[in-house]
Design a protein around this ligand. Structure first.
Ligand code: ATP
Ligand code: MG
Ligand code: MG
Length: 549
């Protein structure tokens, strides 16, 4: 895989290699294990792995596990699975928490240099004294503690002598800096909490802005890419690397965060959808998570192409239309999957002039756009199912499918003509009686007359009962990511489940098997609800495309 389209980070790498600033490109993907990965992460994963790969460099997977309260082993496991599934291999696997000792040592060094101090202000007081864009902050009354006192207090923080929130370690930079991030940011906080990797060894934890540059430097990362909201943090990133006297000097570059229409991506919001049981888990096919997209039927190839095409810029964050993602899965599956028939809302049809008890096998090509996929045999007999809405008792203008007296083509089979409509006592249509014309067999070269409609069908005695899960966007607001009202805009029709039939040759379909069902779109066998001999299909995407990139 290569990042074919140009982007500004790639140009920087070319420049850095040309000028000899770096010899090898080293990137990292640094998720916090506090949720499942989503399509936004995929963009970052593709960017990091594909760029390093293109220049013969390497990429690390690093768990940014500096916040014990929200992190979990389940997330560590799922993140690795998802990165691998996308098709990437990390050169090294790191946990930021493996570097806690070194980070602590570096903090002591900052204190000795007079560049950090222990502060007793509460989180709220720190916020209140930070100032604003137009007002400088106020210096903490603890700012001028001696090095000895700071060393002593920090060690006691480390030993667990204080409660959560009682003290923090702050960088001593500049309370009047125009960049608020440089106004004595907090480097360490106290959290008496069990950590998934380090257990109870630590009760002080480094803040992101302190930990991240150190992790990058320790690992020898050359280009540390992150999303745009960290651009203002870059001076602090550089300050930490310099003042901690790191040997390797990584550089931070920012790129635009990906959002999709009609969904949310923030892990906090995704977690709410899971916790509130709006969806059936992180891998619900309506979720924009990698595992949700996989369960729905997306392929790694489609996701990677999408991520490459959405583009990397250093200006505005983009809200990308979901339809663009759909475009790439259609493109990917078009030539890869067999085109078969499924009836989602069955209506029985009896072909009255077809011999009773007879079953013939008809030839059907698997993919007219890919001859290499070959042919299959499908049964045909006196009883078949067609789609309920392929029949109208009183046809509207322009309706060319089945109605009393009208003739249509059955895909891969014969012309049939509707002779009789059978109803129950309440007037509901229970079945249709039709006749077929043996002359019109598909592939026979029949040209005697034409029909306007072609419909799909499934032979009734061998049909396999199947469930179909049809999806619509989870949230009815295109700009769902903005604000917090997404829970009020959940689409009540985001999942519709129907019971129908598929061709008998799909009896053995297994999770992740994909098909194009004639006229219905692309489907994937669901891995959670699947049972042997009774497939459950998720619709990945319908056939129609209203998006043209
Ligand atoms: P969230 O706000 O959802 O918790 P995060 O950025 O805190 O997301 P991390 O686990 O820290 O999540 O992200 C790991 C990497 O993925 C970071 O480098 C981050 O910049 C990148 N990333 C996260 N979300 C997106 C997104 N929507 N688009 C592009 N990159 C993203
Ligand atoms: Mg983060
Ligand atoms: Mg986060």
């Amino acid at each position: 895989a290569s990042a074919s389209s140009s982007n500004y980070i790639k140009n920087i790498m070319i420049e850095d290699l040309n000028t000899g600033k770096v010899n090898t490109i080293v990137t990292r993907f640094p998720p916090e294990p506090n949720g499942y990965l989503h399509i936004g992460h995929a963009k970052s994963i593709c960017l990091n792995f594909e760029l390093a790969d293109e220049f013969g460099g390497r990429t690390h997977l690093r768990f940014d596990d500096t916040n014990p309260v929200k992190e979990d082993e389940e997330f560590v496991r799922s993140i690795q699975e998802d990165v691998k599934w996308l098709g990437f291999e990390w050169e090294q696997l790191y946990f930021a928490s493996d570097f806690f000792d070194e980070m602590y040592e570096r903090a002591l060094r900052l204190i000795r240099k007079g560049k950090a101090y222990v502060c007793d202000l509460t989180a709220e007081q720190i916020r209140e004294t930070r100032g604003t864009l137009t007002q400088p902050g106020q210096e903490s009354p603890y700012r001028n503690r001696s090095v000895e006192e700071n060393l002593d207090l920090f060690e006691r923080m480390h030993k667990g002598e204080y409660a959560n929130g009682e003290k923090v370690l702050r960088a001593k930079i500049d309370m009047a800096s125009p960049n608020i991030n440089l106004r004595d940011p907090v480097l360490y906080r106290i959290a008496h909490a069990h950590h998934h990797n380090t257990g109870d060894k630590w009760c002080i934890y480094p803040m992101y802005d302190y930990a991240h540059p150190l992790e990058d430097a320790i690992e020898g990362v050359t280009h540390s890419v992150c999303t745009l909201e960290f651009a203002d943090h870059r001076p602090l990133y550089d300050w930490v690397v310099q003042e901690c006297e790191m040997e390797n000097v990584p550089r931070q570059y920012e790129f635009n965060r990906l959002s999709l229409t009609n969904t949310v991506m923030s892990k906090r919001k995704l977690k709410l959808l899971v916790d509130e049981k709006v969806v059936d888990g992180w891998d619900d096919p309506r979720m924009p998570t990698i595992s949700g997209l996989r369960r729905k039927g997306y392929t790694p190839e489609a996701i990677r192409t999408f991520c490459r095409e959405v583009g990397v810029v250093k200006t505005n964050n983009s809200v990308v239309d979901e339809k663009m993602l759909e475009h790439f899965i259609r493109e990917d599956l078009k030539l890869k999957v067999p085109r078969t028939m499924a009836v989602l809302q069955p209506l029985k049809v009896v072909i009255t002039n077809y011999p009773e008890g007879q079953v013939e096998m008809l030839d059907a090509e698997n993919n007219p756009e890919n001859e290499a996929m070959g042919h299959r045999q499908i049964p045909f007999s006196r009883e078949i199912y067609i789609e309920r809405d392929d029949f109208m008792e009183e046809p509207v203008k322009g309706y060319f499918r089945l109605f009393p007296g009208n003739e249509v083509r059955l895909k891969h089979a014969y012309f049939i003509k509707c002779e009789n409509v059978i109803k129950d006592a309440d007037g509901n249509i229970t079945e249709l009686h039709c006749t077929y014309d043996p002359e019109t067999k598909s592939g026979s070269g029949f040209t005697g007359r034409k029909v306007k409609g072609t419909i799909h069908w499934v032979e009734a005695t061998q049909a396999v009962p199947a469930e179909f899960r049809l999806y619509e966007p989870l949230i009815l607001d295109e700009q769902a990511e903005e604000g917090d009202s997404f829970l009020d805009n959940i689409n009540p029709k985001s999942l519709e489940t129907v019971q129908g039939f598929v061709e008998n040759n799909m009896r053995g379909a297994k999770p992740q098997d994909k098909f194009q069902f004639f006229r219905h779109g692309y489907f994937n066998v669901d891995s959670k609800h699947w049972a042997e001999g009774r497939p459950v299909f998720n619709r990945i995407v319908s056939l129609k495309s209203s998006f043209d990139p």
